[in-house]
Each structure stands twice: as C-alpha cells, then as structure tokens.
Design a protein. Structure first.
Length: 210
C-alpha cells in the first residue's frame, strides 16, 4: 500500500493500525497518558545527537528544518517542558509519547481520508498544504512527505489538516521518520509503539505497511 522513493538517509517504519471502535469511543489509558511527561519511564531517550541527525535527514532535499519548520519531535519536547503537552486522543497521544522519548518525528494519518496509492518522497518546488483548522499553510518544498493522489499530506514537521484523524477514525497509518545515521532506532520506536497500542485494549490490529 506504500512505496518509498530512493533516499540516501531515510530509515522509515510504517504501521497500519485498525481500531476496534471509532476513535472517539476510545480512551487513552492512565499509563499512556503518564508517558506524556519527559521524566516518565520509557525504553528510549532523546538526545542532542538524535535531534541533529533528524535535522540532517530533512535537509537532504533542500528543506530547512529550523524555527517554525523544526521537526515535530522538537516541538513536543518544548511543549512538554513548558507544560502544555496534554492528551488529545489515543492515536495522537501514542504518537506523542513515542516521539517525545525517541526523539523521532512521527506522522499519523486517517487511511479513510487519503486517496489512491501512497508514496513517500521529496515534495516538489512550490508544494504546500494547510496544516491546521485555522487554515495556516506550510511550504514543504524539498521536504520528505507522504503523498496520495491529491498530493503531499504528511511529513516530519506538520501533517496536513486534510488527512488528520478525528472522532470517526477507525484506520490510521503511522510513519516513523528514522535515519540511517541512527541505525535501528526507528524499528525500536515502532516496536514500542506496537506494545503501547496493544496495551490500550483488545481488538487493535497492527501490520507493517512497508
């Protein structure tokens, strides 16, 4: 269901997840919510080295991952430090917990809101999309992105509003944006994500999407 363009540094992991009920009917466990704290027990820990190598990954196509365009994982670390990283829903909470502690940016999209074949590759010059409900846009030219039939829809900085999860979501795709400079880290984070997902209750189905 997903193809990946050749890239010298990308070490992508992708998980397709089917929920037992619509997302709005699910609740994050206390253990999962506890993971939104930087000092929570976790099998992984971010570092300056991870931050640097993730930025290097995103620079390959000419994108500048700084300022407002910094990787989403860096935003989470800052949000937690400032006390405004809170629960959203099971799917996003899990994404945020794993990203916070692994230091890897993670995208999550609703598979029923994408169209046609999915591909990961560098966004073309002039590419942009709306990333929030307020209609703000991000220039994504040169950035690794997930593409569907309509164009780019997710990346390691900000996912598009068009394909975000909502209360009715029953199927989603996680993309863990790893780099070969951190060999095995994306796979380790994906394995941890699977453990956390299964701990949220019976009926969650998970498969490798690559």
């Amino acid at each position: 269901m997903l193809t990946v363009d050749s890239h010298p540094a990308l070490d992508l992991c992708a998980l397709e997840v089917t929920l037992p009920r619509p997302l709005g009917q699910l609740t994050s466990s206390p253990a999962l919510l506890a993971g939104l704290a930087a000092d929570a027990a976790a099998p992984m820990t971010s570092s300056d080295t991870v931050r640097l190598e993730v930025r290097n990954l995103l620079r390959h196509g000419g994108f500048k991952p700084t300022g407002r365009n910094k990787p989403a994982s860096e935003y989470l670390i800052k949000a937690e430090a400032n006390g405004y990283l809170g629960p959203i829903n099971v799917v996003v909470d899990l994404c945020n917990v794993v990203s916070l502690h692994s230091g890897l940016p993670i995208s999550v999209v609703d598979l029923d809101r994408v169209e046609g074949p999915l591909r990961v590759g560098i966004a073309e010059p002039g590419a942009s999309y709306v990333f929030n409900a307020s209609g703000q846009t991000i220039d994504i030219a040169g950035l690794l992105c997930l593409h569907d039939a309509q164009g780019p829809c997710a990346n390691a900085v900000k996912d598009s509003q068009r394909t975000k999860t909502d209360e009715g979501t029953t199927r989603c795709l996680y993309l863990l944006w790893g780099t070969t400079a951190l060999e095995g880290r994306a796979a380790e984070a994906a394995s941890w994500a699977e453990v956390l997902l299964r701990a949220q209750g019976d009926g969650v189905a998970i498969r490798d999407a690559l």
